[in-house]
Write a protein that binds this ligand. Structure first.
Ligand code: PEP
Ligand code: MN
Length: 338
């Protein structure tokens, strides 16, 4: 349930409305936006005395919210959420470019790529240290050493680091050392992990599950937010369909859907979505036009020899060309590429 306050409401009106809601057994989330102030009920709103609420001075409207996600819901929080990552905000007028290899492989590799993508305008560095691989025999990542190398790349370039967490065992390490904690597609419904990340102070990049609906994805964001961490960045990375030509199917309509349903920022990962380097540029361009708040792109100095996801990785030079093509498209829709 949400309570929309009149423009003329006083602080006392808010206190009165809040009291009635709390007496009904819910927590109250207050969103003071540019246009309106909204009181949102968290929890079961069935026992709230709506009749008393409706007649309170200062109350414009009382509305039931049918969607199961509340904190992530735009009805509860009409203004876009902007999340600070390094020097920039994700979710505003600026489109952020997160770039880097699928996996951290060596000091030379990660520092070299970081320096290149920084020069070309990336706002954050990605790189997996703990890798979720289909085969137990495939490269599993450099783990803690990979995190140290990411930090070295950050120290050399100033780029904040985005990397995937796979287990609650590593929560303290990530909390201390990582700027944005990525939850991979395979862990989108690892509810235990999500609950722990609700206690984190770090922004969480939440990838859409391989076969998850938009509602399931937003409910996973809700798990993190219910724990108190509102800094969730959603990431559309393609979903499983019957199609096998591409690695996944990039669901750009999900960007529009999620921007409509939620106030959270959404970034698009064209690399995992199509799985083919030659498709990344056009899919990235389409993602910008669809209204994405950012892109996360796999960039490798030597894709042919990458230890993971080389086929979908573009080179730093291709990344630079791509950035040049994104700039006028962003301007067309009233945004900027950082
Ligand atoms: C990745 O970002 O390298 C990754 C494993 O992505 P996803 O979880 O989307 O498959
Ligand atoms: Mn990858």
């Amino acid at each position: 349930m949400i309570v929309i306050m009149k423009h003329t409401h006083t602080e006392n009106d808010i206190l009165n409305a809040r009291k009635i809601m709390e007496d009904g057994g819910v927590n109250v989330m207050i969103s003071k936006g540019a246009e309106t102030t909204i009181l949102g009920a968290e929890g079961n709103a069935d026992y709230i005395d709506t009749e008393r609420l409706t007649v309170l001075p200062g109350v414009e409207k009382v509305m039931r919210v049918s969607e199961p996600f509340k904190k992530a819901n735009r009805k509860y929080h009409p203004d876009n959420t902007k999340i600070k990552v390094g020097e920039v905000f994700i979710g505003g007028k600026d489109i952020s470019l997160i770039a880097g290899p699928c996996s951290v492989e060596s000091e030379e590799q990660i520092v070299g790529i970081a320096e290149n993508v920084k020069r070309m305008g990336a706002t954050a560095l990605r790189g997996g240290a703990y890798k979720p691989r289909t085969s137990p025999y495939a490269f599993q990542g450099l783990k803690e050493n990979g995190i140290e190398l990411l930090i070295e790349a950050k120290e050399k370039t100033g780029l904040p680091i985005v990397t995937e967490i796979m287990s609650t065992d590593n929560l303290d390490l990530f909390e201390e050392k990582v700027d944005v904690i990525q939850v991979g597609a395979r862990n989108m419904q690892n509810f235990d992990l999500l609950k722990h990340l609700g206690q984190s102070k770090k922004p969480i990049l939440l990838k859409r599950g391989l076969s998850s609906t938009i509602e399931e994805w937003l409910m996973s964001a809700e798990y993190i937010m219910a724990g108190g961490n509102n800094n969730v960045i959603l990431c559309e990375r393609g979903i499983r369909t019957f199609e096998t030509f591409t690695r996944n199917t990039l669901d750009l309509s999900a960007v529009l859907a999620v921007k409509n349903l939620s106030h959270l920022p959404v970034v698009v990962d064209p690399s995992h979505a199509c799985g083919k380097a030659w498709m990344v540029e056009r899919m990235a361009m389409a993602a910008v036009v669809s209204g994405a708040d950012g892109l996360i792109i796999e960039v490798h100095n030597d894709p042919a020899h990458a230890l993971c996801d080389g086929a979908q990785s573009i080179t730093p030079k291709q990344f630079e060309e791509l950035k040049g093509k994104l700039t006028p498209l962003a301007q067309c829709i009233g945004k900027n590429i950082m």
